[in-house]
Design a protein around this ligand. Structure first.
Ligand SMILES: Cc1cc2nc3c(=O)[nH]c(=O)nc-3n(C[C@H](O)[C@H](O)[C@H](O)COP(=O)(O)OP(=O)(O)OC[C@H]3O[C@@H](n4cnc5c(N)ncnc54)[C@H](O)[C@@H]3O)c2cc1C
Length: 279
């Protein structure tokens, strides 16, 4: 197993560093290359690895070598799960946490070399042929400037009183309200993770998720519908001042001091009426 480590300090532009790093990776001829994940490396090394035909992984906190197998560790899911994985592909560029680079090199018995700086090759300048508007790719439901955040929860996809699910009616009620009111659309994690909802809820993606592992929007008011008000979700509401929720369950999380007003009601009926009143 050939392992090389480069300490990369100082500064360099993306245009200078990408070709220089790529050349260094090719010249190194090593199966595994270790670099510290400082801002310069994070900015340019992934593109350099692509140019050099190498695989690259960032934010690595540990590297272990056993024969031909290299295993690395990386935190996932906001530092809640420590994962371990290896790759068969070579060369493999391993970008370590910068604070752990020295320790990892010492553990593997590799002495880092300084990577020589290179001037920008003349042919990297981009010539602009023209400009074309990208468009917004469809209707946007995330509107940071809206006064109201409207949150849809997984209850919209659950069996209702008649024993059936009503995905199309749910989509119509949610979309109708979002377009009539100009509110921004948020979601619970349960709803955006639900593959069966994706076909009907095309206006919603993981980008809409509010909460601990989602966004923390800053709207003046919030209205949660069919959402239980679990702590990992409501923590994303910490900058939302006036909070209301519609839930069939009078003991849902919102009732535990998390909302100012809880309407114990059927959100399908409530939102249909609201949409009717909005015209
Ligand atoms: C580490 C970790 C991180 C997490 N991060 C997040 C996060 O960032 N964001 C997030 O949202 N969640 C997060 N979760 C998940 C969270 O704990 C909850 O599981 C999730 O928020 C529940 O989503 P929900 O309220 O939409 O669905 P459910 O818990 O299924 O609740 C559905 C609600 O809909 C109500 N309902 C059903 N039909 C109707 C109707 N007709 N009218 C009115 N109400 C109705 C039900 O009474 C029920 O209360 C995280 C969990 C963990 C462990």
């Amino acid at each position: 197993m050939t392992i090389k480590a480069y300490s990369i300090e100082g500064n360099g532009t993306y245009a200078q560093d990408v070709p220089a790093f790529a050349e260094a990776l090719k010249a190194a001829g090593s199966e595994v290359v270790l670099v510290p994940g400082n801002s310069r490396v994070k900015r340019s090394m992934p593109a350099a690895a692509l140019r050099a035909g190498a695989e690259v992984d960032t934010n690595i906190v540990d590297v272990a070598v056993a024969g031909e197998t290299v295993t690395v560790r990386r935190w996932a899911y906001r530092q809640r799960i420590l994962t371990a994985f290896s790759r068969a592909a070579r060369p493999w560029v391993i970008v370590t946490d910068p604070a752990l680079f020295g320790e990892i090199c010492a553990k593997l018995g590799v002495t880092p070399e300084a990577l020589p700086a290179a001037a920008a090759p003349a042919d990297t300048r981009t010539t602009v042929n023209g400009v074309q508007a990208a468009g917004d790719g469809g209707e946007s439901t995330i509107r940071p400037d809206a006064k109201l955040l409207f949150v849809a929860g997984a209850g919209w996809t659950k069996k209702q009183a008649d024993g059936a699910v009503h995905l199309d009616e749910a989509a119509k009620a949610i979309k109708g309200f979002i377009s009539k009111s100009g509110a921004s659309l948020g979601s619970s994690k349960s709803l955006v993770d639900m593959p069966e909802a994706a076909a009907a809820f095309t206006f919603m993606s993981h980008m809409n998720q509010v909460g601990q592992t989602g966004s923390t929007p800053r709207h003046a008011k919030g209205l949660a519908t069919c959402c239980h008000g679990e702590e990992p979700h409501v923590v994303g509401w910490r900058f939302i001042n006036e909070r209301r929720a519609v839930n069939l369950d009078a003991n849902c999380g919102w009732a535990q001091g998390k909302a100012d007003v809880l309407y114990v009601a059927d959100a399908f009926a409530v939102m249909d009426k609201v949409n009717e009143l909005l015209g």
